[in-house]
Design a protein around this ligand. Structure first.
Ligand code: ADP
Length: 994
């Protein structure tokens, strides 16, 4: 391989050197032109040879060659018949070359010299050099150049150090002669510069004997090619093959193209032996093969040898080509890639898609984390550091780069150790809580306790508070309020229907589009590590097909576990122990038990009418008014209107619907005001005219006079009355003005107004009119339905006095409490026909309690009226109205018994009585839930007497006095007590408590 490379390297410059100077080519004969062509480029070629022959540098050789050429141009030499003019063109000397029979022998260490080629050599032996100089002076500038044989046992193909040079110089006389090949070349010494001698080959010689030892001088025979037949086909064919092979070789290199042309153009004049020499000389073949060609005098054989060499040359050339191609491909592939990448970058930049480059990104992340370094846990810093290093190593266009970038973005943006300063001022907190919500004293108290503990400890601890209650009772809004009171950031997320654990715990980073869980998102968005997180609808948590969201939530909420909460995406533990969690639920029974265990439940039962009134007056109205941009003096919603609104439109436990209705009213008012404002200008004009110029028309306009003053403060201050033109009446259809309804007589009003206005004169009237142009809109119970439509609720009471077989019960739903009737009727009667039919969308529990009621009722009747066989002989039908609403639960047990007994005995129950309680088969009354809701519902339905199980007395006692107001409540242990209360109105009075 090394050889091949060397040969290729040798060939390359040689080919280059072959380019002929055009001028020389024109005047010289073809063969000479070819040689001249070689000479023309010999600078480089000799340079190559110099590499082959000596240690001198290429530039030295070039200089020498240039000089040699100059001399060669002048010289002419006759070189026998075959060489003819060619030889004469090269050298002209007195003694012709063929006359030189004794020559100084010059050893050539690397290659033999072929006739017609130049070769520079270095002569270190001073004696020899001197002899050569003498010869030149004596006009015998010839010497014999002989290739040096390799030392015994060395491989001529192996390149070793340059120690051979020394040994050549040391060789003298016979030793040297022994080492020289017998056949060499008669060389003309064309120049001597220092120790550099440039030789030009002439003809073949063979050493016959030694004449002188130092410098070695030998006698020689001049060798001539064996005669050959020019027309011999084989010789011709071989020649052509050499030529075509040479051409083939040359073709592959564009550098030699010119030479090929020159060479092939003049093939006709080129004789066969010369061609063989030429081929061998320019080939990069090893010296022994070249020497073989030199020694061969048979032209055919020489041609064959040369053919072998050039064929080999062709193979090398092909190899060179494939090497060049492979390297070129690799380089161009890399370049192409680079170019495309650059183009892509440019395109991205142009489209604005170019993302920050790596260093800018890293700098951004570093800067972010720098400010948090002191508070950030070390394990997080370590991960950030690692990821930053990784980022630098990744290709910006790779997908992993994006993953790492996003990950770093999340890691660095979180508020590591950044806590908002908590406000432990209890008074301040109380003030804020009261400011936002009416009532809710339980919740407020609990929050204040929490703050007090925080104040004493100096730090606050994370807690889980669960606010449960019907919709619209202010669970969410109180959460917001707590955050404000504690000076914590607020974040809310709803887990209703949440089925994917990844929503809470995050996705693993390996997924496409992976995101951290809600909690990490929360921390990012609030920017502090101790926010108040409101988890809404925790009772409506979905069931995941893979993993249980409740367990994931448990990990998030449990103070034991959330110190090291591990989000799948973030993959580093985060401390959530300082987060205050507030959960909301409608029904706490639906909350998974392990979760419920860890929460502190605060139930908000719903509001009674009285509370709703306060909320509506002090909070909802105020907020809505501000939200609608209406000034307090522009509107008035009377208490009667609010009461009607609450009673007839918004009976549910919460106040969300009430808020909606109030908003509806205010929106309508806003529209009225705007409409009025738009038509205000003409009104003022008309008013001023009416007031000043036609005071007497006031009588006829009496119906249109409306007083806008609040009836409560209304007195004779008639200046507040405004006269309206008839044209405005249409706009006012929806607005009932107080004066129309209330006590001020319109005629009087208008008269008085006219009088006073008349006295003041036109100007005064105008001013007054402008000031009063915006009228106060009053909403009263009488015009309420103009704003909110017809009442949606009919009275819950269907019966004023419940008939026989009908008893009022109390139910409790997620929407709050309500009253319901239990009705029993007899279907048929007959011996042993006793049976029970149930309707009204009853659940299993309720059906069972009807059966129990049937049994217990029968037992009671047997006890009270032993002769009454009603239950045994009657088929009964029990129905619970509002048949479209599904109902369930055991608490209607006692109501059902009472209803059946009422029918059995044909006695209606006491008026305004409602009851609730689960009954056992033995007639004992068990406690029920939702005491407050049921009480509120009873109050709403104007119930006077209530019956609760004794076990619920404690719940009832805890109720606020305003809820219990006006109720006569009985607590019972057994059904017989109810029997007494329901059917014997005077009995049991002494147990009553109100
Ligand atoms: P929930 O979360 O319980 O369904 P919200 O918190 O959304 O109910 O409350 C509905 C609306 O009722 C809110 O605008 C809230 O301000 C108002 N609200 C509820 N309770 C009160 C209260 N006690 N005092 C003042 N406003 C209240």
């Amino acid at each position: 391989m090394l050889r091949a490379a060397t040969a290729a390297a040798a060939l390359f410059p040689a080919r280059f050197a072959a380019a002929p100077p055009a001028a020389a080519a024109e005047v010289r004969p073809p063969l000479l032109r070819v040689l001249g062509a070689l000479r023309g480029g010999r600078g480089l070629m000799l340079g190559t040879r110099a590499r082959f022959c000596s240690n001198s540098s290429a530039s030295d050789s070039e200089a020498a060659a240039a000089e040699a050429e100059a001399k060669a141009e002048d010289a002419t030499v006759a070189d026998g018949e075959a060489d003819g003019k060619a030889s004469s063109a090269i050298v002209s000397t007195n003694p012709r070359p063929e006359d030189c029979l004794t020559v100084v022998a010059l050893p050539l260490p690397h290659r033999p010299l072929f006739p017609g080629f130049y070769m520079p050599i270095y002569v270190k032996d001073q004696k020899l050099l001197q002899a050569l100089i003498e010869n030149r002076k004596r006009s015998v500038p010839y010497a014999g150049a002989f290739l040096l044989k390799d030392e015994e046992g060395t491989d001529p193909n192996i390149v070793t150090g340059s120690d051979s040079e020394k040994s050549i110089d040391d060789l003298k006389g016979k030793d040297l002669l022994k080492r020289l090949h017998e056949v060499g070349t008669l060389a003309q010494i064309t120049s001597i510069q220092g120790d550099q001698v440039v030789l030009l080959g002439h003809r073949r010689l063979r050493i016959t004997e030694m004449v002188e030892e130092d410098p070695l001088t030998v006698k020689v025979d001049h060798l001539k090619e064996k005669p050959y037949n020019k027309e011999d086909d084989v010789i011709k064919a071989t020649t052509f093959e050499v030529i075509s092979t040479l051409r083939e070789v040359l073709k592959t290199s564009s550098l030699w193209k010119d030479h090929v042309q020159t060479y092939t153009q003049h093939m006709g004049d080129f004789n066969y032996p010369r061609l063989a020499d030429f081929g061998a000389a320019i080939s990069g073949a090893n010296k022994l093969l070249c020497q073989e060609v030199l020694e061969e005098l048979d032209v055919y054989k020489r041609l064959k040898l040369t053919l072998e060499l050039v064929k080999k040359e062709m193979e090398i050339s092909k190899l060179q080509q494939s090497i060049a191609k492979a390297i070129e491909e690799k380089i161009s592939g890399d370049q192409r890639r680079y170019l495309l990448n650059e183009q892509l970058k440019a395109i991205k930049k142009e489209l604005g898609l170019e993302t920050d480059d790596k260093t800018a990104l890293s700098a951004k992340f570093k800067e972010r984390i720098e400010s948090k370094k002191d508070k950030c846990p070390t394990h997080v810093l370590q991960v950030i550091e690692e990821e930053l290093t990784k980022l630098q190593l990744l290709e910006a266009s790779s997908s992993e780069f994006n993953v790492t970038r996003n990950y770093l973005d999340w890691l660095t943006v979180l508020p590591w150790g950044n806590y908002s300063d908590e406000n432990f001022d209890v008074h301040h907190a109380q003030q804020i809580l009261d400011e936002d919500h009416y009532g809710l004293s339980d919740v407020k108290e609990r929050i204040l306790e929490f703050i007090a503990v925080g104040k004493l400890r100096g730090t606050s601890q994370g807690k889980i508070i669960c606010l449960s209650g019907p919709p619209g009772v202010g669970k969410t809004s109180i959460g917001r309020s707590i955050a404000r009171a504690l000076n914590r950031k607020f974040y809310r997320f709803s887990v209703g229907g949440l089925a994917d654990v990844a929503e809470i715990k995050g996705h693993r980073r390996t997924y496409v589009g992976a995101m951290p869980g809600k909690m990490v998102q929360c921390l990012k968005s609030v920017g502090t590590a101790n926010p108040l997180v409101l988890i809404d609808e925790i009772d409506k948590l979905g069931r995941g097909h893979s993993g249980d969201p409740a367990s994931a939530l448990l990990e998030l909420l449990d103070p034991e576990q959330n110190v090291n909460f591990l989000d799948h995406y973030l993959d580093v533990p985060i401390d959530l122990s300082k987060v205050l969690f507030v959960c909301t639920a409608n029904v706490i029974e639906m909350i998974p038990n392990p979760l419920l265990d860890r929460m502190e439940n605060i139930a908000i039962a719903g509001y009674i009418t009285d509370e709703k009134m306060h909320i509506a007056q002090d909070y909802l109205e105020k907020n809505t008014r501000e939200a609608c941009g209406i000034k307090p003096e522009q509107v008035e919603v009377t208490d009667a209107a609010l009461l009607a609104l609450i009673e007839n439109y918004c009976r549910e436990a919460g106040v969300r619907n009430l808020q909606k209705q109030i908003e509806k009213i205010y929106r309508k008012i806003a529209l009225q005001l705007v409409r009025q404002g738009v038509s205000n200008e003409p009104v003022q004009e008309a008013l001023s005219v009416t007031a000043s110029e036609e005071p007497t028309v006031a009588d006829s306009a009496a119906e249109k006079v409306e007083n806008l003053k609040d009836p409560a403060v209304e007195d004779a201050s008639l200046a507040n009355n405004i006269t309206k033109p008839a044209s405005e009446e249409a706009n006012e259809v929806d607005l009932r003005k107080e004066a129309v309804v209330h006590d001020v007589h319109p005629t009087e009003t208008s008269k008085e107004a006219s009088l006073s206005e008349g006295n003041k004169g036109t100007e005064g009237a105008k001013e007054e009119a402008v000031g009063k142009a915006i009228e106060k809109v009053v909403v009263d119970s009488s015009n309420l339905d103009d704003f909110v439509g017809k009442p949606v609720f009919q009275a819950e009471r269907i019966y004023e006095q419940t008939p026989v077989g009908v008893v009022m019960g109390l139910a409790w739903t997620a929407m709050g409490g309500s009253t319901l009737y239990i009705e029993t009727a007899k279907v048929e009667e007959g011996e042993a026909k006793g049976a029970l039919v149930l309707t009204g969308q009853l659940g299993d529990v309720m059906k069972e309690s009807a059966q129990i009621a049937h049994t217990v009722g029968r037992a009671i009747l047997l006890e009270k009226e032993p002769d009454n066989l009603f239950f045994a002989n009657s088929k009964l039908h029990l129905h619970v109205p509002a048949g479209a609403t599904p109902k369930d639960g055991p608490s209607a047990g006692c109501t059902m018994i009472t209803s059946m007994l009422s029918l059995a005995m044909g006695k209606p129950v006491k008026k305004d009585l409602a009851m609730t309680g689960e009954v056992t088969l033995t007639g004992r009354i068990l406690p029920i839930g939702g005491v407050k809701e049921k009480t509120i519902a009873a109050r709403r339905s104007a119930i006077k007497t209530l019956i609760f199980p004794s076990a619920n007395k404690r719940d009832y006692d805890e109720l606020a006095p305003n809820v219990k107001e006006g109720l006569e409540v009985h607590f019972v242990d057994t059904y017989s007590e109810i029997y007494d209360l329901a059917f014997q109105s005077d009995a049991g009075q002494k147990q009553a408590s109100s």
